[in-house]
Design a protein around this ligand. Structure first.
Ligand SMILES: Nc1nc2c(ncn2[C@@H]2O[C@H](COP(=O)(O)OP(=O)(O)OP(=O)(O)O)[C@@H](O)[C@H]2O)c(=O)[nH]1
Ligand SMILES: [Mg+2]
Length: 226
């Protein structure tokens, strides 16, 4: 599928009555301050705010995508990372089809903590597809090279264990935000999309084939058949 076949609401050429709607509930999970709310707001509203407003409980936002006459409503559920809100995991995860486990690329502990988030999430939802997302790539590139390499290796290890695509992004610098949601749809619906992988350390990683295959062809990646 070519990128220009994905459209935002204002561009839909199909009248509402001719569209089929499908809701894709996606949950954003991870430690406080990793940038869950920022990613959601950036994707839905295209905005970024440097100020931190802690999420109390669970928030959600919606965004429509059009693929031909199919209307896909992303229903994005953003759970506050403070331990107290773990009681709301069942709500965030009920009927969820994709879980994005998020960590801050500049704070290693937040990656270690993904293990516990994953364990908890799996007790409430065993079927949702997992995704591993490293945030604040703009800060990550300022770290010493050796540290970047360690973080890349550790995050690949986690992604392999979770059988999850691995994506580094930055909400502040608009890196891989749209692509993350494209990859989610591609994995969920086994679609071919024009999202190329990136395996280069020091660049925003985008490794979404699982199990890993040979490097993507020059005309872009395609979804695996399994
Ligand atoms: N430099 C940089 N800062 C970011 C990025 N994404 C988020 N931030 C900042 O990180 C802080 C925390 O972001 P939030 O999105 O509120 O974090 P959260 O994960 O929702 O936090 P909780 O609601 O407490 O769970 C804010 O000050 C954001 O501006 C990014 O890509 N780059
Ligand atoms: Mg938040």
């Amino acid at each position: 599928m070519q990128g220009n076949e994905w459209m935002e609401e204002s561009n839909s050429i199909y009248p509402k009555e001719q569209r089929n709607n499908i809701v894709v509930k996606t949950a954003l999970i991870g430690d406080p301050f990793v940038g869950k709310t920022s990613l959601m707001v950036k994707y839905v509203e295209g905005k970024f705010d440097e100020d931190y407003i802690q999420t109390l409980g669970v928030n959600f936002m919606e965004k429509n995508i059009y693929v031909k006459n199919l209307e896909i409503t992303f229903s994005i559920w953003d759970l506050g990372g403070q331990k107290d809100f773990v009681t709301m995991l069942p709500l965030a995860l009920s009927d969820t089809v994709a879980v994005v486990f998020m960590f801050d690329l500049t704070r290693k502990i937040t990656l270690q903590n993904v293990k516990e988030w994953y364990r908890q999430a799996r007790t409430y939802n065993k079927s949702a597809l997992p995704f591993l997302v490293g945030t604040k790539f703009d800060g990550f590139v300022t770290l010493p090279k050796e540290e970047q390499i360690t973080i890349v290796e550790q995050s690949r290890k986690f992604a392999r264990a979770m059988k999850a695509p691995l994506i580094f992004c930055s909400a502040s610098h608009s890196i891989n935000v749209q692509k993350l949601f494209k990859v989610i749809l591609a994995k969920l619906f086994d679609l071919r999309v024009s999202v190329e992988e990136n395996h280069n350390v020091g660049e925003p990683l985008l490794e979404w084939y699982y199990p890993p295959t040979s490097p993507p062809s020059s005309n872009g990646g395609s979804a695996p058949s399994s």
